[in-house]
Ligand binder design. Structure first.
Ligand code: CP
Length: 310
């Protein structure tokens, strides 16, 4: 693990705060960690004696398990608290919960929270390193980084690629981290979705808004449909899933208008038959499970680097 680059970030709150050299350093570090998961004994001692606490106030399969596995593979001790079993259900404030966790001397607190900005708020109350595992509709930095890593793995580069992100851009923290990350790394990002699900300010993040899926996907190198996040919509913002699938769903006909070697990505969870037709979800172009696999290496790199590893 030799490098002359000094990382210097104690918290990972979003890709917005990371420079291009930061992102390159995280990707390079993750690439060097990737082979550990293919060893017979999947463990290295780099975080031995360190403690990682994961605090999830929203459901998760991939992110939570991936942080747990990543910490375990680096020999850290990991402990998980779910919202339903934390004392916030008894009226304790988030800051008090975090201060009490900090009194138990963890080294890293990984948090997912339904409120945008909740991990940023925590950093004002505790000194422990905070890694954002998804905050409301704001950012999901480790997902954005694993998406960049997956593209780099398959394409050998990120700069100059056309990335099409389709669907519920407004409520997707993954879309926000991906737009910021891909744009910073020199890709061209195009978004498309129902007008009710495209935020007004999205072009400021670095994306171009397309008026049709055909325009967004044509000659794309990367096609990424997103799940409609019904749980974040107070009132329905699309008429029906059936209509959404007909207008914005990615099927074989649409995907064939992308470049022949285009990658199909999805952050998960997938709603088959809504944003993505089952046959393309399972096609050789889909790298959805590679994204999940790379999540472990990215989270290993993040935890290693925030604790001062070089
Ligand atoms: N991509 C993602 O965040 O998945 P989970 O909600 O399962 O963690």
């Amino acid at each position: 693990m030799s490098s002359t680059y000094l990382f210097g970030h104690k918290n990972i709150l979003g890709l917005d705060h990371l420079s291009v050299p930061d992102i390159e350093h995280i990707l390079n570090t993750a690439e060097s960690f990737r082979e550990i998961s293919h060893r017979a004994i999947k463990k290295v001692p780099v975080l031995r004696g360190k403690t990682v606490v994961t605090l999830f106030f929203e459901p998760s399969t991939r992110t939570r398990l991936s942080f747990d596995i990543a910490a375990t593979r680096m020999s850290a001790d990991t402990f998980s608290i779910a919202a339903s079993t934390s004392s916030t259900t008894k009226g304790e404030t988030l800051a008090d919960t975090a201060r009490n966790i900090e009194a138990l001397a963890p080294d890293i607190l990984v948090m997912r929270h339904p409120s945008s900005g909740a991990p940023h708020y925590l950093t004002k109350h505790i000194k422990t390193s905070v890694i954002n595992a998804g905050d409301g509709t704001h950012e999901h930095p480790s997902q954005g980084l694993l998406d960049l890593m997956t593209v780099k793995e398959h394409k050998g580069r990120i700069a100059g690629l056309k990335v099409a992100i389709i669907g519920d851009i407004s409520h997707s923290r993954v879309a926000h981290s991906d737009i910021i990350g891909f744009a910073k790394m020199g890709a061209e990002v195009f978004v498309c979705g129902p007008a009710t699900l495209i935020p007004r300010e999205v072009e400021k993040l670095g994306a171009t808004v397309c008026s049709s899926v055909e325009e967004a996907v044509r000659d794309a190198d990367i096609v990424m449909p997103l799940r409609i996040q019904k749980e974040r919509q107070a009132d329905p913002l699309i008429p029906s899933f059936r209509e959404y699938a007909a207008c914005f769903g990615i099927n074989r006909k649409i995907l064939d208008t992308a470049r022949p070697d285009a990658l199909l990505m999805h952050p998960g969870p997938i709603n088959r038959g809504v944003e993505l037709a089952p046959d393309v979800a399972d096609s050789p172009q889909a790298v959805i499970l590679d994204q999940v696999t790379n999540g472990v290496a990215i989270r290993m790199a993040l935890m290693y680097l925030v604790l001062g590893g070089e």
